[in-house]
Design a protein around this ligand. Structure first.
Ligand code: FRU
Length: 503
């Protein structure tokens, strides 16, 4: 009997050892290297990896009193490589601490990376769902896997991974599980292009999070909507269902789809029992880009304990320039944003209200007339820009050094808002009625060392872009519209504390 107990204990000890990921060597590497990275473009209040490369957010949840955000991470250099999952946590969505790396690609089903997915807080557990990617002999395989943590710090991969080995029709591109609860049933949506290269999203269901059953196709392209749909997210917003996803293969049309890939949404009413939408069409006419800037990809949402739908995304775009990669790191997240649905079923995007907590001193509070210039004096700041009377054009130009500029321009005749960061394909433009219903023109702008996020009106439109100033920014007012500018210095809130060993 004693022998049997010893054998059983030894077996469990072995299993636990097999499953526990040893991240200590990576943590030592990060600790050592984070002191050596270059700081000139480093953000003060946006999440960036401590060292190395960051892309998609991959799990954003509230667990045991903290927000947890996971992301695609390559610690060993500032270029994309075998994907790990980085991890940060926050009490307030503003101050973020780096946590130990959550997933390391070590298993046969993830030899070339633990790709994006999502996280679920369930009882005392955080459960991560992710895509294991393998690439051998010119063949790529993508499977869905899970990992569990009981303390929010250390994750163990499930012994019986993969939990979904392949889609029913044997297609190979199968990635980015987003899991959510509806009533007592769990659902998972996954990007899965068809064999004839049309974007498609599958939906699965489960009662226990381990065994998943296919419900069918949630949505697919009829042909004009790109060849890959990935990073899907599906959620309820103000009584409707929003399907948010990233698309490869859209052709630029006038001012739309100017980036290499797009992230956008369609809105409808979905019946979970029938797996069908009412009056629903996905086409380039109904798909709306959720951010109109140069650097925005792979948006991911979560529900806060007080019921707000927050979104965060990678402030980057494949194949764009990341000047900071010369400094030992690359990539940053956007700010967390709150989503609401407008009466015309457009998604409104506003900075999360917690971000007010970043404000420190007021540095400017004055009306500037066209031709005037002021110095930003700090790398990380917020501007509230208001114009009660709008002439032909409202214009603000950020001078970045060496003749480089980032310009915001509202053209009231054509009711168009544009940003221009110079270079080839530098303009992003969209229709926007700045002064609808007697409202003044309003821009809320966040600058953080090498990023700019411009929120127009009451969440009507956002432009997120990376910029690379080589001197302190100075700002000039152009056009023919005087602008009232209030500038706040924003405090440093990311990555100042050391990661916990254990909580
Ligand atoms: C989507 C994604 C990520 C992965 C990378 C692969 O952005 O599939 O999951 O890190 O791109 O190239």
């Amino acid at each position: 009997m004693r022998r049997a107990v010893v054998l059983v204990c030894a077996f469990f000890y072995w299993v636990a050892g097999e499953l526990a990921q040893d991240v200590s060597h990576i943590e030592t590497y990060i600790m050592h290297n984070r002191r050596q990275i270059g700081r000139r473009f480093r953000p003060h209040y946006h999440v960036a990896a401590p060292v190395g490369w960051l892309n998609d957010p991959a799990g954003f949840i509230h667990y045991a009193g903290k927000y947890h955000l996971f992301y695609q991470f390559h610690p060993y250099n500032s270029a994309w490589g075998p994907m790990h999952w980085g991890h940060v946590a926050s009490d307030n969505l503003v101050d973020w601490e780096h946590y130990p790396v959550a997933l390391v690609p070590q298993k046969p089903y993830e030899t070339s990376g633990c790709f994006s997915g999502s996280a679920v807080a369930y009882g005392n557990y955080i459960i991560l769902f992710y895509t294991g990617n393998t690439h051998m002999d010119n063949t790529t395989r993508q499977t869905q896997n899970m990992a569990v943590s009981t303390d929010g710090v250390v994750f163990q991969k499930y012994l019986y991974n993969p939990i979904i080995r392949e889609p029913v029709d044997g297609t190979w591109q199968f990635r980015h599980p987003k899991v959510f609860l509806r009533g007592v049933a769990w659902y998972m949506v996954i990007g899965n292009p068809t064999r004839d290269n049309r974007g498609r999203i599958l939906i699965y269901t489960s009662s226990d999070l381990y065994s998943w059953h296919s419900v069918g196709v949630l949505a697919e392209s009829l042909g004009d909507m790109g060849h890959v749909w990935e990073n899907p997210d599906f959620f309820e917003l103000d009584g409707y269902h929003v399907l948010l996803f990233s698309v490869h293969g859209l052709q630029p049309e006038a001012y739309e789809f100017r980036n290499l890939y797009q992230t956008g949404y369609v809105v409808g009413k979905y019946n979970f029992e029938m797996n069908s939408f009412e009056n629903f069409e996905i086409s380039t006419a109904t798909f709306n880009e959720i951010d109109r800037g140069h650097d925005f990809y792979s948006a991911h949402t979560m529900l806060t304990p007080d019921g707000r739908r927050l979104m965060i995304a990678w402030m980057g775009m494949w194949q764009n320039e990341f000047s900071e990669s010369a400094d030992g790191w690359a990539g940053m997240m956007t700010l967390p944003r709150e989503l609401r649905l407008a009466a015309d079923l457009k998604v409104l995007v506003r900075p999360a209200r917690e971000l007010l907590d970043l404000r420190q001193d007021i540095m400017e509070d004055a009306t500037y007339t066209p031709g005037e210039t002021f110095d930003a004096e700090t790398k990380s700041f917020e501007l509230l820009v208001l114009a009660k009377e709008i002439g032909q054009e409202a214009n603000m130009t950020f001078h970045l050094g060496r003749g480089r500029k980032y310009m915001l321009l509202y053209d009231s005749k054509h009711q168009q808002m544009s940003v221009d960061r110079g270079g080839v394909n530098g303009v992003r433009r969209a229709f926007w009625r700045a002064a609808a219903n007697g409202r003044p023109l309003y821009w809320r702008i966040f600058v953080d060392a090498s990023s700019v996020e411009v929120f127009c009106g009451d969440g009507d439109m956002v432009f997120s872009s990376r910029i690379y100033p080589t001197k302190r920014i100075s700002i000039s007012i152009g056009g023919d519209t005087p602008l009232h500018v209030k500038q706040y210095k924003l405090r440093r809130s990311v990555g100042i504390s050391r990661p916990p060993k254990k909580i």
